[in-house]
Design a protein around this ligand. Structure first.
Ligand SMILES: NC(=O)C1=CN([C@@H]2O[C@H](COP(=O)(O)OP(=O)(O)OC[C@H]3O[C@@H](n4cnc5c(N)ncnc54)[C@H](O)[C@@H]3O)[C@@H](O)[C@H]2O)C=CC1
Ligand SMILES: O=C(O)C1=N[C@H](C(=O)O)C[C@H](O)C1
Length: 234
């Protein structure tokens, strides 16, 4: 498969390494908005850039009819526009807040735990995410997906907020430390004990592998997809 890397930063480089190991060729490494010309020979585009740049980058890829995988976080208020563009242009779009297998399993366990805990008012859920100091957005896209999983399964919550909360808002603590690749925890705390569900990424390799597997899966398809489709999770 011929891959265009839109964004050749930490993730772009990690994706290149895995893509080449898996027999693909990287035909473009772009640190600026792509053009139809720069994408011409690509079978798929993989976009990991910046929250402010992602919608324009993805639009160009989809209008050029290139199936596109995006992992950039912090721009999701414009997701529906991108989904519509994929359909209008007869191509494919796949977004995931986190491409690692472990986190996608965590997402499912989190929803089941939230459903179980909704009848136990003595436990209050709270989220924590820890990332490297270069991260542009807070909370992380992954933490937002985890929060949505709890809100869907516990009618006591109707939204999330950064920091300590009371009542109906789920609290998310976003910490920035050194070069941490990404750690996410859900705590259920009572007066007497605590339950913790935690995922720790040791490096960016799991994110990069998931993005390449998603691109392999997307090649030749049309429509709007997520990691659940790639992993066959119902
Ligand atoms: N979904 C997932 O599994 C993961 C998502 N991410 C997200 O991916 C994004 C990128 O992360 P990193 O690679 O660590 O960041 P980075 O800062 O190392 O790399 C971003 C690259 O995008 C380039 N860029 C900036 N504006 C651009 C534009 N208009 N067009 C094309 N390229 C442009 C920059 O020059 C830079 O090389 C972030 O939003 C991060 O949160 C990161 C890891 C995993
Ligand atoms: O910026 C990062 O590095 C990461 N961003 C994603 C997020 O916002 O959830 C995924 C991963 O945690 C790393």
């Amino acid at each position: 498969m011929k891959i265009a890397l839109v964004g050749y930063g930490k993730m772009g480089r990690a994706i290149e390494e895995i893509a080449v190991e898996r027999g693909h060729s990287v035909v473009a490494k772009l640190n600026e908005t792509p053009t139809a010309e720069s994408l011409k020979i690509a079978d798929v585009a993989i976009e990991f850039t910046h929250p402010d740049a992602a919608p324009e980058n993805i639009s160009v890829c989809l209008k050029s009819k290139i199936p596109t995988v995006s992992g950039t976080t912090g721009w999701l208020f414009r997701k529906k526009e991108m989904d519509d563009l994929a359909i209008e242009n007869g191509t494919a779009f796949l977004y995931a807040s986190n491409f690692s297998l472990g986190v996608n399993i965590f997402f499912e366990v989190n929803k089941k735990l939230a459903a179980l805990m909704r009848n136990f008012d003595e436990y209050r859920p709270q989220l924590e995410e820890i990332h490297h100091i270069h991260k542009k957005d807070a909370p992380s896209g992954t933490a937002i997906t985890i929060a949505e999983g709890i809100i869907e399964n516990n009618p006591k919550f109707d939204g999330w907020q950064l920091g300590q909360t009371k009542d109906n808002a789920l609290g998310i603590f976003a910490l920035r430390e050194d070069e941490v690749p990404g750690t996410h925890s859900v705590f259920y705390r009572s007066e007497v004990d605590e339950i913790e569900l935690k995922h720790t990424a040791y490096s960016r390799k799991g994110f990069a592998l998931g993005a390449v597997i998603a691109a392999e899966w997307l090649h030749g398809k049309s429509g709007v997809f997520g990691m659940k489709d790639v992993l066959g999770i119902d």
